[in-house]
Ligand binder design. Structure first.
Ligand code: NAD
Length: 495
């Protein structure tokens, strides 16, 4: 699987000009590809290609762009097996997750934006002043610099690229240097569908080298960033220097609120799936379960029993439920947070360790259940990005809402109850870009994904994404045909 050319610029694979990168399989520690990374010179080449492609791409009819994107979706369907296999190995995902979630989600997104490309909307043209016809043009920005994380490499590439190109922009995407392989295949499929060279470029390089140069490049009109809140703040600060538009999809710390009338079995199953999906490396993962006191012990018991049944193993095995964390360094970070929680008096009900049989090979970590942590502790307030669920009790509904809102993040949340008034209140008062009711995790192409508070701003997926990737232009045309317009009298009265 050694792919030496890790860049996709101007419609073709190329070698980078930067330092050599090794792509590691998190489940085994094996090097699966290596090649030269991108540096500032490669950013220059990619942005130049994207600039050159922009007038032609933006000038196509929406229908023509849509046709190419439908063909792209068709090719992705044909290559679904290959995409799932590479995503599974490179990101350390169980093959079931890659094949049944990441890849079909990406194909559906591609098909959705192929259709949505023909539906850019705005206010109706009308004579609002009486003397003019006002109309709205929705125009692409130009070259979009997109930066993506490692947790869902293919889906993140899709979320960044699809609405941008559907609206007529061209893109330079920098995936995480840990997980570039599926993004390269995604871009190649677009080229094979007939999307012109330069419309989509992929640069495999580090954040400090390729990412920073991309954000700083004067010809990049907008920066679309998905990643941690810390790096997102830096990216936003750099972009602010050039008054660039920024779209930020940042970290999360989703609350999972279980009221005492909830279905305990449904809530426990939802919590385990929501906490362990993608080994907890999910920005919307259920991380803080607040459970009303009468249900607390039962909920903890059920979750512990379910976690005992989760199968860790090789990612290519269809029986494997949970794969490794992305890297040894990240596993050490997760372990450190769990250890500090233990030292500060929290109870590790399940897991909390590196499983013995896998410790030498991949970066595995046990499904972990914690109780007795303080609301203001690190494990409750900070993003863990690992298979760790912390459960805390609450008494009143007011307290539950307050606890759910008590972090800097606001990406996603869920509320579990059979009482419509409670769930309506939770959906209204929890500050998050998505509130699930009696479920946690499902996403859908037609609906937006994006944060409140320090989880960022702007939306991925859905027609709402076009708000980020288009500029609104007001065109106001005089319809009186007169030289002396009545409003001139406010300014001067020269007869
Ligand atoms: P990260 O912030 O470390 O890196 C994200 C990307 O930014 C990578 O491609 C990295 O190379 C690049 N980067 C790093 N420094 C840079 C710089 N100075 N300039 C430009 N680019 C730079 O995040 P990660 O560890 O790859 O991903 C995990 C994070 O992503 C978590 O915080 C998670 O919550 C977040 N995430 C958010 C969403 C969302 O939709 N809100 C989705 C997925 C992941």
């Amino acid at each position: 699987m050694g792919q030496e050319q890790l860049q996709f610029i101007g419609g073709a694979r190329r070698s980078g000009s930067g330092a050599r990168l090794s792509i590691i399989a998190p489940a085994t520690g094996a090097v699966i590809a290596s090649g030269a990374g991108a540096n500032a010179a490669d950013v220059e080449s990619a942005v130049t290609a994207a600039r050159a492609a922009f007038p032609g791409w933006a000038g196509l009819t929406p229908g023509a762009r849509s046709d190419l994107m439908h063909e792209w979706a068709r090719i992705l369907r044909v290559r679904a097996g290959d995409l799932a296999a590479i995503e599974s190995v490179n990101a350390g995902k169980p093959i079931r997750l890659a094949a049944e979630f990441d890849v079909p989600g990406t194909i559906d997104n591609t098909a959705f934006f192929a259709g949505a490309a023909r539906h850019l909307e705005g206010k109706a043209a009308a004579e609002y002043s009486g003397d003019h016809t006002s109309s709205i043009r929705r125009e692409p920005h130009g070259v979009i610099g997109s930066i993506a994380p490692w947790n869902y490499p293919l889906q993140m590439a899709a979320w960044k690229i699809l609405p941008a190109v559907a609206a007529g922009n061209t893109v330079v995407l920098k995936p995480s240097e840990l997980t570039p392989l599926s993004s390269l295949l995604f871009a190649e499929a677009a080229a094979d569908a007939g999307v012109p060279p330069g419309v989509i470029n992929v640069l495999t390089g580090t954040g400090g080298e390729a990412g920073q140069a991309l954000v700083e490049h004067p010809a990049v009109a907008m920066v679309s960033f998905t990643g941690s809140t810390g790096v997102g703040k830096r990216v936003a600060a750099t972009a602010a220097g050039a008054v660039k538009r920024v779209h930020l999809e940042l970290g999360g710390k989703a609350p999972f609120v279980v009221f005492d009338d909830a279905d305990p079995e449904a809530a426990a199953r939802g919590a385990v799936a929501g906490a362990l999906i993608n080994t907890g490396q999910d920005c919307t993962a259920a991380t803080r379960a607040y459970v009303q006191r009468p249900l607390f012990e039962e909920f903890v018991g059920r979750v512990a029993d379910l976690m005992d049944r989760v199968v860790l193993g090789p990612v290519e095995n269809p029986e494997t439920d949970m794969g490794p964390l992305i890297s040894r360094a990240h596993r050490d970070k997760v372990l450190g947070m769990v250890e500090r929680a233990r030292e500060s008096g929290a109870k590790i009900v399940r897991g909390g360790r590196i499983p013995e049989h896998t410790s030498t090979a991949g970066s595995y970590f046990e499904p972990t259940l914690i109780t007795g942590a303080a609301q203001d502790s690190e494990i409750v307030q900070h993003e863990i990005f690992g298979p760790v669920l912390v459960v805390l009790p609450f008494d009143s509904d007011d307290e539950a809402i307050a606890l759910a809102n008590d972090t800097v993040y606001g990406l996603a949340a869920s509320a579990w109850s059979r009482d419509v008034f409670r769930t309506q209140r939770a959906s209204r008062e929890i500050q998050a870009g998505c509130v699930w009711i009696n479920d946690h995790i499902p996403i859908i192409s037609e609906m937006p994904h994006g944060g409140y508070k320090s989880s960022g701003f702007g939306k991925d997926m859905s027609a709402y994404a076009f708000e980020e990737y288009t500029n609104i232009k007001h065109v106001m045309s005089d319809i009186t045909g007169t030289a002396h317009k009545p409003w001139h009298d406010i300014i001067f009265r020269a007869g």
